[in-house]
Design a protein around this ligand. Sequence first.
Ligand code: 137
Length: 251
Amino acid sequence: MRLPRYLQGWLSEVVALSMRRSHVNVNRERPLFSLYSAIIKTKARGLTPVIAEFKRSSPSGFSQERDLLQYVKFMEENSAVGISILTEEKYFKGSYQDLLKAARAVKIPVLMKDFIVTESQIDDAYQLGADAVLLIVRLLTRRELCGLMNYAKTFGLESLVEVHDESDLEIASSCGARIVGLNSRDLSTLTVNLETPLKLLPKVGNALKVVESGISGREDLSKFKEAGADSFLVGSALMKDPSKIKELISV
Ligand code: 137
């Protein structure tokens, strides 16, 4: 795989590490849970679909330890629409073990949140028990994105396709993305700008729209919902205070 020129610094290292990630040897033990259907059903129940992310650390300087199983079970009991598990090791202190344990503990959709650039990472996502994978348009060519989405589909895995601008969105749509993640965090500069998803939301079309990053409370959610967001991926705020899930789902 050829690295685009703008992938500098930590991001190029993360992608290089992804390409060398060793394979797991486990057998999937759980059925597939559809994130797409769960978002629709949660909305129909009058709740806000919040994907609760387990994230110990991040290159933005975030750091929070927490018991993984307690966290994911708490989120399930409190109607989170799904769980996102960071599995990148170096910068996020995540692991494949975290994904395996979380997926065995809950009966709601689980997203493998990593920097996926190879089919073998998708093999692993399936075996570890994920139901959906994150694919970041910025890291891939159009051909690679379409290829990885199709590969994921052969396992029945859904793709959350992450975009940061209109050109990413055009690529995601051309590959037939059904769930689009609008990230407020710029992966190169790590700065969060909530205006980014607000501007992109009206341009997404029919796919489900998941706003990612920088969400701290009810006010953010209301603003995005008015602009057409279907779901939200929340990490830092819930890692700091898991009980916040109760107010977020009831916006
Ligand atoms: P949060 O709610 O913590 O702001 O964001 C949740 C989620 O979007 C975020 O954790 C991403 O899954 C991965 N995060 C970061 C990053 C990706 C690239 C660079 C930095 C980060 O600092 O969280």
